[in-house]
Design a protein around this ligand. Structure first.
Ligand code: LLP
Length: 430
């Protein structure tokens, strides 16, 4: 029903393993990922853009578990990293340094030096100040740094304000005016090789249009680079490819590619993509156990579970919608579930707020949601939690983070153990 998560005989399976069986073994809450769904996602986006022989650089911030990065590295994926920590993870997972690109507005000197030492493919540079620092550090190391200019094309990706990155008021990228100056003065930066142009507009982006608009701006900018003899070899259109959180059809990689590829062909540059969510989003769920049910005298019902905003913060932070349904439901899960369900579609559904134990009213997974009757001790599945789920988790309220499990056919593997209370204090001194 969702990637490789299917209900069979009234209970949820990930590939060929019962989710209940996994939880019996590893406890709750738990992130559970399907290996096949991850690899299928990677291949789907790579193949959609195959005409341009793209370098797909998986965006590590969406899911940085080593086992998952390793799966993708073996498949030939590159990696988009935004910190020394992500670079370290990618290398530990076996990534080829020449398939790693490094973005981010605040790269420290230490991070830049580390990346230069690792000989990564390129930095996506986000300001003139950063460009100068990379130039100086490369000079000190008697090496050349390969960089792409991350342009801020001032294109509206028509997504949530908190995940919009390509508009002029956003902190990301170099606006076209400053970029023009950099290109004209490029000779000054003689330890840099400016080999690419990069944009990342936001996430998720529901249609190809914003990419097309950004590519048109790149097309207009490219002649200036050529006139100034910059060896531009790559165009990187970033990430943002959407997934369906509701079960309704959304734009697919082939839909993006149909509009994007002709423009890339015109530019005659090598293509880089940085998908995160598309590859892992629907490949993972967060399973949580109902701890208590509570009903007020005003008739409001709460389902209190053992996972909380510290485990999955997307609903709290972005009002994000995630499908939630019991793992062994009394009513089958509909193909499509949306937030705008005004009346119970079935008489045997109950209207609830699904919340966690954290001491904040912002600790919720869903409000006024219709789900089948469920008892304390039973499990709920929160779908589409594979991207920006575990990676955005925290220890808030001193809650140990959940474990992570990777399912492969009939077997499953613990790929990160559950944290313990000892883990919580292990780095504190004195
Ligand atoms: N490239 C760059 C430079 C990025 O900043 C991002 C995401 C990506 C690629 C990957 O975007 P994706 O393909 O996964 O959409 N926490 C938010 C999403 C923040 C995205 C940040 N940058 C969420 O949970 O929706």
């Amino acid at each position: 029903m969702v990637a490789n998560f299917n209900f069979r005989n009234g209970t949820l399976y990930c590939e060929d393993v019962k989710v209940e069986e996994i939880v019996k073994s590893v406890g709750s809450p738990a992130y559970i990922y399907s290996k096949k769904a991850i690899l299928d996602g990677y291949k789907e986006i790579r193949d959609a853009f195959a005409d341009a022989f793209p370098l797909v650089c998986f965006s590590v911030k969406s899911n940085s578990n080593l086992s998952i990065l390793r799966l993708l590295a073996v498949e030939g994926s590159g990696f988009d990293v935004v910190s020394g920590g992500e670079l370290y993870r990618a290398l530990q997972a076996g990534a080829h340094p020449k398939k790693i690109i490094f973005a981010g507005v605040g790269k420290s000197s230490e991070e830049i030096e580390y990346a230069l030492d690792c000989n990564i493919l390129m930095f996506n540079v986000e300001s003139l100040a950063e460009l100068k620092v990379i130039n100086a550090l490369a000079y000190d190391k008697k090496t050349k740094a390969t960089v792409a200019l991350r342009l801020n094309p001032d294109v509206d990706p028509k997504t949530h304000a908190k995940t919009t990155t390509g508009k002029r008021e956003n902190k990301f990228g170099i606006d076209l005016g400053v970029a023009e100056r950099i290109v004209k003065e490029a000779k000054r930066y003689d330890t840099l090789q400016i080999c690419g142009l990069h944009v990342h507009l936001g996430s998720p982006i529901m249609s190809p249009e914003p990419y097309v608009k950004a590519l048109e701006k790149i097309k207009d900018f490219l002649p200036l680079c050529r006139e100034n003899s910059l060896p531009i070899e790559y165009v990187n259109i970033g990430g943002g490819y959407c997934i369906s959180y509701t079960g309704q059809p959304v734009c697919k990689p082939t839909d993006y590619a149909r509009e994007i590829l002709p423009l890339v062909r015109d530019l005659n540059l090598k293509l880089i993509l940085e998908p995160g969510r598309f590859i892992v989003g629907n490949s993972g769920i967060l399973v949580t156990k109902v701890v208590y049910k509570k009903e007020t005298s005003f008739g409001k019902r709460f389902i209190i579970c053992d996972a909380a905003m510290n485990d999955l913060i997307r609903p709290t932070l972005y009002d994000a919608f995630h499908r939630i349904w019991p793992v062994s439901p009394r009513v089958p899960m509909p193909e499509v579930l949306t937030s705008a369900t005004p009346n119970p579609p079935e008489p045997d559904l109950i209207k609830v707020d699904i919340v966690g134990p954290v001491c904040e009213s912002s600790d919720f997974f869903a409000k006024d949601r219709f789900i089948p009757e469920i008892k304390a001790g039973e499990l709920l599945s929160i779908f589409s939690a594979g991207a920006y789920g575990f990676t955005m988790s925290s220890n808030y309220n001193s809650r140990p983070r959940p474990c992570e499990v990777l399912v492969d056919g009939k077997t499953f593997l613990l790929i990160r153990r559950r944290e313990t209370c000892e883990d919580l204090i292990s780095k504190e001194i004195g």
